[in-house]
Design a protein around this ligand. Structure first.
Ligand SMILES: Cc1cc2nc3c(=O)[nH]c(=O)nc-3n(C[C@H](O)[C@H](O)[C@H](O)COP(=O)(O)OP(=O)(O)OC[C@H]3O[C@@H](n4cnc5c(N)ncnc54)[C@H](O)[C@@H]3O)c2cc1C
Length: 462
């Protein structure tokens, strides 16, 4: 529905002419994210300040216009797609570092700064912010917070929820709130910071964040380990997590993934290799000697097919090449791909992988699995051709069985990508009616007219 002229004028008054797009062609490009789902908004506005965000929400509330916040649109679940039209509020121009406080190990940023721009700034001062999604170059810190994003480093350093001190945000009721405190300890009131993190723009729009910093480790050691079965690799993951030196990356690839690398990349992998682990540890050179020795002896005791240790940055890059080559290969392999990011407790990884293999055989579809094994987080990729009715049906049926399998193993449906619309209708498989009711009531408190990213995150009450 086109924006009413009076509302369009009010948007122009708030943001100025060069920060409001009303033309359908301009709006079109703000209707997608990385889920490939699309719905155009009726207006796009580019915020430059907290006050503009506040005024925009007040306007949308007054006119009951749906409002979808957009970081950089790299989300994979349709969470940033304005499924009901309305206004897309882009934070891409709110990209400043506001305050750097090394003595407090904290930095305050505007929410639209990209993860990489922040890391580049921090690197100059020998610090880093732990969340390290592989989309860092493009995604915003606000989007990271809204999705509780993470990457390989989460096994040691945690996700956004573990690395955020305080948020400034505007609720759907057009009120400014400050959640948490700038201190690393604090227990006053309920933990609204962790409630907003992962809430996918459904409760409030985050405009500023005080983030917890960590000192940049001075060195890294990298190992690539090949196994003849995923059961052996799973045993190695448990053994690595049971010893005291936590890896800063513990990544897994299954035999389908290794087969793809053999077929589509120049990498030479032994025929018997059926699972691969990438293990990385960081620290200062002295502590690395000790931790590398322990990691290597833990792995050697499990008699893997092959262990390669990098002795230089270049060699580490070569070892990581296999893991990095996979995503581009997967993108072009089949016309369609269902990409899930399920999580199970680490001891259940072996059962999950065995179950996925059985589903792949029964439904006659390749299911390629890789991911952040140190968190039990697997990216499950079901490859199919949607124009083939049988394959399409099999893909959808196998997906439901993947979810049932994960939940039967005490797992959860998403580790880092979130729910958006892609997973919304599966959420009640994991959450009970009491939990869902509480979430709907919380939404109502933050956003009484349900204007913020409506109908995302969990099934709407019927
Ligand atoms: C190639 C690729 C690799 C990826 N790798 C990873 C990975 O390793 N780990 C990982 O976790 N994810 C990964 N992702 C997913 C995605 O990059 C992350 O979810 C990222 O955090 C999204 O940030 P964004 O700025 O693009 O947010 P968007 O896609 O614009 O928005 C995502 C959600 O956040 C909300 N939102 C955005 N900004 C705010 C704000 N300021 N306040 C409130 N709500 C807001 C939006 O409304 C939407 O619901 C990957 C994506 C791609 C395309």
């Amino acid at each position: 529905m086109p924006i009413q002229p009076a509302v369009a004028q009010a948007l122009l008054n708030i943001f100025g002419e060069d920060s409001v797009y009303l033309d359908a062609a301009d709006c079109w490009t703000y209707g997608y994210d990385n889920s490939k789902l699309h719905h155009p908004p009726d207006a796009v506005v580019m915020a430059a300040s907290h006050e503009q965000v506040l005024d925009c929400i007040a306007l949308c509330k007054e006119h009951r216009i749906p409002l979808t916040t957009r970081g950089r649109g790299t989300g994979t679940t349709g969470a940033a797609v304005p499924i009901h039209g309305g206004v897309v509020l882009s934070l891409e121009r709110m990209n400043q570092v506001l305050e750097f406080d090394p003595g407090n190990r904290s930095v305050r940023v505007q929410a639209g700064i990209t993860n990489l721009a922040l890391q580049n700034f921090l690197k100059l001062h020998n610090f880093f912010w732990a969340p390290d999604p592989s989309s860092a170059e493009y995604c915003s810190v606000g989007g990271n917070l809204a999705c509780n994003a993470a990457g390989p480093g989460a096994v040691k350093y945690g996700s956004c929820r573990d690395n955020t001190l305080r948020l400034k945000a505007v609720t759907g009721n057009a009120e400014t709130i400050i959640t948490g405190s700038k201190t690393s300890k604090g227990v006053v009131g309920l933990d609204l910071t962790r409630l907003l993190i992962g809430s996918e723009g459904c409760l409030a729009i985050i405009t500023e964040a005080d983030l917890k910093l960590l000192p940049l480790p001075s060195d890294k050691n990298t190992f690539r380990v090949l196994f003849t079965s995923h059961a052996e690799a799973s045993a190695a993951i448990q053994a690595l997590m049971a010893q005291p030196h936590t890896p800063c990356a513990l990544e897994f690839m299954d035999h389908h993934a290794l087969d793809l690398l053999r077929q589509h990349s120049p990498l030479q992998l032994p025929v018997a290799a059926a699972a691969m682990l990438m293990v990385e540890i960081d620290g200062d050179p002295d502590s690395l000697v000790v931790s590398s020795r322990l990691i290597e002896s833990t792995l050697t005791a499990l008699k893997p097919l092959q262990i390669n240790r990098a002795h230089s940055v270049g060699e580490a890059k070569e070892l990581w090449a296999a893991r990095k080559a996979l995503s581009p290969i997967l993108r072009n392999l089949a016309p369609n791909k269902i990409n899930e990011d399920v999580v199970v407790p680490i001891p259940q990884l072996s059962d999950l992988l065995a179950g996925l293999d059985k589903l792949s055989q029964r439904y006659e579809l390749p299911i390629v699995n890789f991911g952040h094994a140190g968190n039990g987080n697997l990216h499950v990729n079901i490859l199919y051709d949607a124009s083939d009715p049988k394959q399409n049906q099999n893909a959808q049926s196998s997906l439901l069985e993947v979810f049932d399998l994960v939940l039967s193993l005490d797992g959860t449906l998403s580790g880092e990508h979130g729910v958006g619309i892609a997973k919304r209708d599966y959420v009640d498989r994991e959450l009970g009616e009491a939990e869902l009711r509480l979430m709907r009531q919380i939404k109502q408190q933050f956003d009484p007219l349900l204007i913020l990213n409506p109908n995302k995150g969990w099934p709407t009450e019927v």
